[in-house]
Design a protein around this ligand. Structure first.
Ligand code: ADP
Ligand code: ZN
Length: 748
């Protein structure tokens, strides 16, 4: 009896994303499983489409079915665990099956359709460069001089053609020896060694008593399949990484594998270095700055069981580890764990479900946990473990406020307060390093007309253009549009334009003027655009090649430099007055984290926060690094105003060319939601909007949103799915594309 495969095909819309049945041809029967990648004839013209098999079963009688075209090799098959992840992604993020498949396996491991001799076939997305590798087979009596040389070259083991050619041994010579039976050869992927520079130097780690007690609580949890996830709340510099390493060691000793997530690319080099030093070649890396080939090779290493520890950013959460025992999420409060494009998943959620399925221990770690996680811990849904002291028993840095209003009144119009300048000078004098945070790149941030008061905005986006001095351009940071030369008059009224505000480039200039002897390193999206820039720049700073590191938030978190004793926070006010219920949490976390970069080794640290509002309660708490008090204030506010964790906020976004059409579409969706909630009575809901998003125009597209305060449970998702299908069926998608997002920062 032939088998029938139920297949989710690529290119589906949410409306048509269902399973289609295909007959499995006899020839392919042994290779088609749930999780197999297949090529199928689709629609009237039987055009070839990619798909993934979700089920294989005996056929229902008498239904005429098409046959599969092709199936990918077995190693391209999704494991049952990855297949379960695909199903969950689809259910929770409202993407299609195939979008979910593309999220869980890297591009290079995917397949695509092609035609071979008129027959549709699957082809690997990425073809690796291969070469012959030669090895000794059998010693022969008579060899020419050249042949003898080749034989000897292979005495210590097989070598690739590349290497042999570099030793002046030609291909012809080698092939002759193969013919004679002296050598054998094998086609292999050309090796590509990543992170060769990181030496394996395992160290004996002696945990401090406080660290040890945390370890003693967490380590046994890896042997209890039902252990609750843990929240490791540890002040900056308390040595969370050392505890991670010890836990990983234990995890490997138990014969299981570990996954470590970090929030940003800028933090991966440091974590990779620490883990490679400890665990050597068994560490694999997955992050977005790897090219397709590098990423694929690392992925294959994981898939084939060649890696026990995986480290990476958000998407590494899908790493195909089969024996997961431990998942660590460092700086768990970071919004970068949420994907901004479909599928809009949250890596923490995925990790939580994987941990349950694999019986692994999940550890969320931070010096400033998200209010949601801390609440969950207080409610007993997570276990709370704490590191209250710095490893070296140094006090947390002493924090001073610099009032920028008094600075201005005293005639200082630069970005640098006199107090911070003086502290920087002190550090220079004793050869200590400083970090300055300014979360705005570019030179000047606003161009305003002196007669009509208008701010120069991007023609395609409702945001101000930013002046970049190095390239003499006005740039839109959202769509990349640029003006050159830089305008001097207002395009609306012809008045004179005045450029104000500070970006990192301008502050770099002012610093150089104020401290002519300082060696300044600027780190922002502009200075780190090329490959490995983060790593190179951070290493140079760490080696003492610079005195001051000035940068955007990429310098604020997680970095560990022993010579840094002073931190300056510039221009935090804008964030303090930003929209969104998480604005205060972001400021508190950013300030606490960056302040925590100072005084991590032998010398105590200090920090200066520049602000126009030195008595702002959030800044005052951040200055004291008093997370518990901040949490109490914040949770009271959230409860009173019904924000997470007391509800789930679902943002439904609408985006299209015609503003009126977008609004209409949003209203239509609101009606579908209201009808559905009335029809079912299990979906408590508050619906707000439609309202414009905080950036109402982006790349010539208008953007509106509905905000749903809800439970975010299964019933709610079923309701949204129905509304989406009605939206699709009603043809609204032509007016506005729709996105469903559960992220706190969905509208930023
Ligand atoms: P956190 O991530 O909690 O801010 P780190 O893990 O980066 O802190 O540790 C801070 C510094 O203290 C690092 O330089 C680290 O090497 C050092 N440190 C912490 N614990 C230990 C330990 N048990 N033994 C040696 N050094 C430690
Ligand atoms: Zn723009």
């Amino acid at each position: 009896m032939p088998l029938v495969a139920q297949v989710a095909v690529s290119g589906a819309t949410i409306h048509f994303d269902k399973l289609y049945s295909y007959l499995v041809p006899q020839l392919l029967a042994a290779r088609v499983y749930p999780g197999s990648m297949v090529l199928v004839p689709f629609g009237r013209g039987s055009k070839a489409r990619m798909g993934v098999v979700l089920n294989v079963q005996q056929p229902a009688p008498d239904v005429p079915l098409k046959e599969l075209y092709d199936v990918a090799p077995e190693q391209a098959c999704l494991s049952p665990e990855l297949l379960a992840l695909v199903q969950e992604l689809r259910e929770h993020t409202f993407c299609t099956y195939y979008e979910a498949v593309k999220a869980v396996i890297p591009y290079g491991a995917q397949y695509r359709a092609c035609v071979e001799n008129g027959v549709p076939k699957l082809k690997k997305q990425l073809v690796r460069h291969t070469q012959w590798v030669y090895a000794q087979a059998q010693k022969l009596e008579k060899l020419t001089k050249k042949q003898q040389q080749a034989w000897e070259a292979l005495a210590r083991g097989p070598l690739g053609q590349d290497t042999l050619e570099r030793m002046s041994i030609s291909r012809d010579v080698l092939e002759r020896l193969v013919q004679k039976g002296a050598l054998h050869r094998e086609m292999q992927d050309k090796p590509l060694e990543l992170y060769r520079q990181y030496a394996e130097q395992p160290q004996m780690i002696q945990l401090s008593p406080e660290q040890q007690s945390v370890y003693d609580i967490l380590a046994p949890c890896m042997e209890r399949p039902d252990a609750k996830p843990a929240l490791l709340y540890g002040v900056t510099g308390s040595g969370k990484t050392l505890v991670f390493i010890k836990l990983i060691e234990r995890c490997l000793a138990l014969g299981r594998q570990a996954l470590v997530l970090v929030p940003e690319i800028s933090l991966t080099p440091q974590m990779i270095r620490r883990l490679k030093a400890q665990f050597g070649q068994r560490v694999a890396v997955q992050h977005s700055a790897l090219n397709h080939t590098e990423r694929l090779l690392q992925w294959q290493q994981i898939q084939s069981g060649g890696a026990d520890v995986v480290v990476g950013t958000r998407s590494a959460v899908f790493a195909p580890l089969e024996k997961l025992g431990l998942i660590i999420i460092d700086e768990e409060q970071e919004h970068t764990y949420q994907a901004e494009n479909a599928p809009r998943y949250d890596a923490r959620e995925i990790a939580r479900r994987r941990a349950i399925r694999c019986g692994a221990l999940l550890v969320l770690a931070s010096a400033t946990p998200s209010v949601e996680s801390f609440y969950a811990a207080k409610q007993g849904r997570m276990q709370l473990v704490q590191l209250a002291h710095r490893y070296n028993d140094m006090p947390l840095p002493q924090v001073y406020m610099a009032d920028m209003r008094t600075e201005l009144a005293a005639g200082n119009a630069t970005a640098l307060s006199s107090f911070l300048k003086q502290e920087l000078e002190k550090n220079l004098a004793v050869g200590q390093q400083s970090i300055l945070l300014l979360n705005r790149r570019g030179y000047q941030t606003v161009a305003m007309c002196t007669s009509c008061g208008q701010v120069l905005k991007c023609a395609s986006c409702s945001v101000p253009m930013v002046y970049h001095k190095a390239t003499e351009r006005l740039l839109c940071h959202y769509c990349g549009a640029s003006h050159h030369p830089v305008p001097t008059v207002c395009p609306a009224c012809g008045g004179k334009l005045k450029y104000t505000g500070f970006g990192t480039q301008r502050v770099e200039e002012q610093l150089a003027e104020a401290l002519p002897n300082a060696r300044i390193l600027r780190m922002d999206a502009d200075s780190t655009a090329h490959k490995n820039a983060h790593e190179t720049l951070l290493r140079a700073f760490s080696n003492g090649e610079y005195d001051i590191l000035l940068g955007t938030q990429m310098v604020a978190k997680g970095l560990d430099f022993e010579r840094v004793t002073l931190v300056g926070v510039l221009g935090i006010d804008q964030m303090l007055f930003a929209q969104g219920y998480k604005a205060f949490e972001h400021v508190f976390s950013l300030v606490t984290q960056v302040v925590g970069r100072a005084g991590r080794a032998q010398q105590p640290g200090r920090a200066v926060i520049q602000t126009v509002d030195p008595h702002h309660p959030v800044l005052e708490l951040a200055a004291k690094q008093d997370y518990p008090s901040f949490y109490e204030q914040e949770i009271a506010f959230r409860k009173l105003n019904l924000y997470p964790p007391f509800c789930v906020i679902c943002t439904v976004g609408f985006c299209g060319k015609n503003e009126a059409g977008v609004l209409q579409a949003a209203r239509a969706f609101a009606v579908f939601v209201q009808q559905e909630t009335q029809r079912r009575n299990d979906v408590p809901l508050r619906l707000l909007g439609p309202a414009p998003m905080s950036i109402v125009m982006l790349k010539e597209q208008f953007r509106y949103k509905l905000t749903l305060k809800c439970r975010g449970d299964k019933a709610f998702r079923a309701m949204i799915r129905t509304a989406l299908q009605q939206y699709d069926a009603g043809g609204w998608a032509a007016k506005a594309s729709v996105t469903v997002d559960f992220h706190a920062d969905a509208d930023l």
